[in-house]
Design a protein around this ligand. Structure first.
Ligand code: SF4
Ligand code: MSK
Length: 653
């Protein structure tokens, strides 16, 4: 069970991560002979051709491998697969299949939420209710659902239960309706909508665009990288302005729209004398119930009966972000720390749902007393020690209590010595369009405090969305923190989601006090005046849709151009690794945002196709991709773009 990797192949904990808590636990894992992702990153190096995006295995005649010669391409690029597919075709097919994977993940998550939403709206369950009726009405209007009714010549508000059912039905249809286009496209600035119309990329429904990618990338179908990308863009827009945005909205209606609250972050949030239950993955459907169950008197009394002082619930990845932003439950870890949470020896149960769960957590759990519980019918694990408790929204609280009880019962079984690092930091999280507006003067424009006015007067140089994963091919959290610190030092306010949000929280950047320490004078003045952190945590991966809507509000408020592409904004994923990150990046680019990725980019083996993404796309959508591995240069490319937009708007000084 405890096969140690060969000594010379172990990761150097200090080179592996900037986080001291993680360094301690990597070293402990190595002492105990428990292998982690950090060690595997030493023993297994990536395939160069695959990393370049030019390996095709779309049929049984391949894989056809088209490496880029070290000297580059001189003259005509004659590389071809057996069928004749060029490097551009192969890289474009691979790239849009990544978009399909990412868009499918977000959108299927959204569909799951829509199903629960409809169950709640139809009152088929007592465990979920409509919590945010203000957002219900907003969403109803965006989906074309009437919120008023004429009675005897008088306009009256419609019954909200009826509105909710109709919202649920119309939302569900967004995944597969036979005609029309995704409703939410009309929420984008008019100029952007018109660009999509001109380019022919308005998604018809969410699922169809994903299916069409799989068809077009089958052998012998679409063999023009431009046309392939047209479909990639269409599916990505269906994710950002469709599946993800619906997921966020329906979750807000069901569980409450987040408002700023205080919490903590990092492995030090675990408590030795408490039952430690960790939720990991992406969906808040089950974890919302686990929050309620773990705070119930029944479960707290039971935990005390079993010798614990209480129940410490914490999270990993975006399930963490979901319950952080609505309940202040602290994230214990981001993506690369998931094995380490078990290596503390204090994790009594880890409950996982979907996405970003490493299969190796089962092997690590097998070396400790930790119960690993899968809960989703589409996300099981083959290892025998994994327990599957299939979550059913009709019996949500019952299932949640069963899981919490299992963690409590396991408290007494801790065998290994417990080693919880002390590191943790305070954070303020839970921002959204509504709260940014509220904190900055109640509107986006027309007053000293507002976001647009501060951008126009130059106190805030621009806005950056910095998001995304960790990647074991680069030092954990280093890119995230260096990029964000360099941006705020240069007066760029940062909106964050996903694992970047957790990294920034661990570093103490999500506090108003961070403004005085790390920010340029202009941004510091704004943050200190209104009492906000310079890095605003907007939630989980699907909540990148909040960033799209925040950018739209900035456009609509006026004074900064007519489209997102005119704003002094830029996007970044310094340590990306998931297909979802590619889909997110593509919908930001297609919405007019210059978007820089770190670590690697999966098209470097096809320079002509990469040029299309990095340069030509700007002419079509106003946004384009870029790759910059060095975090400081990465931030400065974003700042240079922000400055060019300020100049074009005539607000540079
Ligand atoms: Fe090779 Fe063409 Fe088959 Fe791809 S589709 S594996 S390039 S023959
Ligand atoms: S969890 S997709 S590692 S951000 Fe959303 Fe983190 Fe990336 Fe998963």
């Amino acid at each position: 069970k405890k096969a140690a990797p060969k000594k010379e192949k172990l990761a150097d904990p200090i080179a592996a991560t900037i986080d001291v808590a993680s360094q301690q636990l990597i070293a402990r894992a190595q002492q105990l002979g428990v292998e982690t992702v950090f060690d595997r990153a030493e023993t297994m190096k990536p395939c160069n051709i695959g990393a370049q995006g030019t390996c095709c295995k779309n049929c049984g005649m391949g894989p056809c491998r088209l490496p880029l010669p070290k000297s580059g391409i001189e003259g005509e690029d004659t590389r071809k697969g057996l069928c004749g597919a060029t490097a551009n075709t192969i890289a474009a097919r691979n790239f849009i299949r990544m978009i399909a994977g990412g868009a499918a993940a977000h959108s299927d998550h959204g569909r799951g939420v829509a199903e629960v939403f409809l169950t709640a709206a139809r009152k088929e369950t007592n465990d979920y209710q409509i919590k945010d009726t203000v957002k219900l009405v907003q969403v109803a209007e965006a989906l074309g659902v009437a919120t008023t009714v004429e009675v005897d010549g008088e306009t009256k508000d419609r019954d909200l239960d009826e509105v909710a059912v109709e919202v649920g039905e119309i939302a569900m249809a967004e995944w597969g309706k036979p005609e029309g286009e995704v409703f939410y496209l009309k929420r984008a600035p008019q100029a952007l909508y018109e660009k999509w119309e001109k380019q022919g990329v308005r998604p018809r429904n969410i699922d169809r665009e994903i299916v069409e990618i799989m068809h077009r990338t089958h052998i012998g179908v679409d063999q023009d990288y431009r046309n392939l990308m047209k479909q990639g863009v269409r599916a990505a827009i269906g994710d950002g302005w469709g599946g993800s945005m619906l997921a966020t909205d329906l979750q807000d209606i069901l569980f409450g729209t987040p408002y700023p609250l205080q919490s903590e972050a990092n492995l030090g949030v675990m408590k030795e004398d408490h039952v430690n239950l960790i939720v990991h993955g992406h969906e808040p459907i089950l974890s919302e119930m686990i929050v309620a169950a773990s705070q119930s008197k029944e479960m707290l009394d039971y935990a005390k009966e079993k010798g614990a002082k209480g129940i410490q619930l914490s999270g990993i990845c975006c399930t963490a972000n979901e319950i952080l932003q609505r309940h202040g439950i602290p994230p214990a870890a981001n993506f690369l720390q998931q094995e380490l949470a078990i290596i503390t020896g204090a994790c009594d149960a880890m409950v996982v749902d979907i996405q970003c769960i490493m299969q190796n957590v089962a092997n690590v759990a097998n070396c400790f007393h930790t119960k690993l519980i899968t809960t989703h019918p589409i996300a099981k694990m083959e290892q025998e020690n994994v327990i599957h408790i299939e979550f059913d929204e009709h019996y949500a609280m019952e299932d949640a209590k069963r899981i919490v009880k299992m963690a409590i019962d396991n408290f007494e079984n801790r065998g290994a010595e417990v080693m919880i690092p002390r590191q943790k930091a305070t954070q303020i999280a839970g921002f959204g369009v509504e709260s940014i507006q509220y904190h900055l003067g109640g509107t986006f424009r027309g007053d000293y405090y507002t976001l647009n006015d501060n951008i126009i007067n130059g106190r805030i140089r621009g806005i950056a969305g910095v998001v995304g994963c960790n990647n074991a091919r680069t030092r954990h959290n280093e890119g995230h923190i260096q990029v964000v610190k360099e941006l705020i030092k240069n007066d760029v306010i940062v909106l964050t989601t996903g694992c970047n949000g957790i990294a920034c929280a661990m570093e103490g950047l999500l506090t108003p006090e961070a403004a005085g320490v790390y920010c340029g004078a202009g941004l510091a003045e704004v943050c200190e005046t209104v009492g906000i952190p310079p890095v605003l945590h907007m939630g989980s991966c699907v909540d990148n849709s909040r960033i799209l809507l925040a950018a739209t509000e900035v456009v609509n408020a006026g004074g900064l151009g007519n489209d997102i592409s005119e704003l002094p904004v830029a996007g970044s994923a310094p340590e990306w690794m998931s297909e979802k990150a590619i889909s997110i990046g593509q919908y930001f680019v297609a919405s007019g945002v210059y978007t820089v990725f770190g670590v690697t980019f999966p098209t470097t083996g096809a320079p002509v196709f990469q040029d299309f993404l990095f340069k030509e796309m700007e002419k079509m959508y106003g946004g384009m991709w870029d790759l910059e591995i060095d975090p400081i240069k990465h931030a400065h490319k974003m700042i240079a773009h922000i400055d060019s937009k300020r100049k074009a708007l005539g607000i540079d000084k």
